[in-house]
Design a protein around this ligand. Structure first.
Ligand code: ADP
Ligand code: MG
Length: 170
């Protein structure tokens, strides 16, 4: 699942649509446990982007049992892209190996209270992730906006790499 950061450049527009049109939108994509949430939090602090976690939004909508939630989970189960907000300016691909992701998720599972942070479910989430994300990354590679970040290092090391790409946007 991805994360999305949007940045308002101007404060004069009135509708939400107008706002999005004038915003920089950054997609943050990576496997479960790669560190997307952690990096997004740091990006928000440093750059003032608004963070929309697509995973959190979807989990909320789906668990509410609403019609919309049902439609969205059907789309996700087919491995298709859920329509969300708009075209990204940049896609940050937070790239960690599966061993690393599994270790981070198991550790997170000790305290997160997330029922999906357990070994059987993690394996499935990784498979889903790879099949669902590859086409997305390919698509945006074609547009030249994918920046691959080595996510094996420490939180600070990864963030440094993230910053070089965001700074280049200014
Ligand atoms: P995601 O949102 O991609 O699923 P999280 O940001 O929730 O991943 O990170 C998963 C777990 O790994 C969390 O417990 C987090 O504290 C930890 N973590 C994140 N980045 C790193 C890192 N670079 N090195 C070690 N642990 C990390
Ligand atoms: Mg997350």
């Amino acid at each position: 699942m991805g994360s999305c950061l949007s940045h308002e450049n101007t404060k004069v527009e009135n509708s939400a649509k107008e706002k999005l049109k004038n915003s920089k939108i950054i997609f943050v994509v990576g496997g479960p446990g790669s560190g997307k949430g952690t990096q997004c939090e740091k990006i928000v602090k440093k750059y003032g982007y608004t963070h929309l976690s697509t995973g959190d939004l979807l989990r909320e909508e789906v668990s509410s049992g609403s019609e919309r939630g049902k439609k969205l989970s059907e789309i996700m189960e087919k491995g298709q892209l859920v329509p969300l907000i708009g075209s990204p300016t940049l896609l940050l691909y937070i790239d960690a190996g599966s061993e690393t992701m599994v270790q981070r998720l198991l550790k997170r599972g000790e305290t997160s209270g997330r029922v999906d942070d357990n070994e059987e479910t993690i394996k499935k989430r990784l498979d889903t992730y790879y099949s669902a994300t590859e086409p997305v990354i390919k698509f945006y590679e074609g547009r030249g906006i994918v920046r691959k970040i080595n996510a094996e290092g420490s939180v600070e090391e990864v963030f440094e790499e993230v910053c070089t790409h965001l700074d280049a946007l200014k």
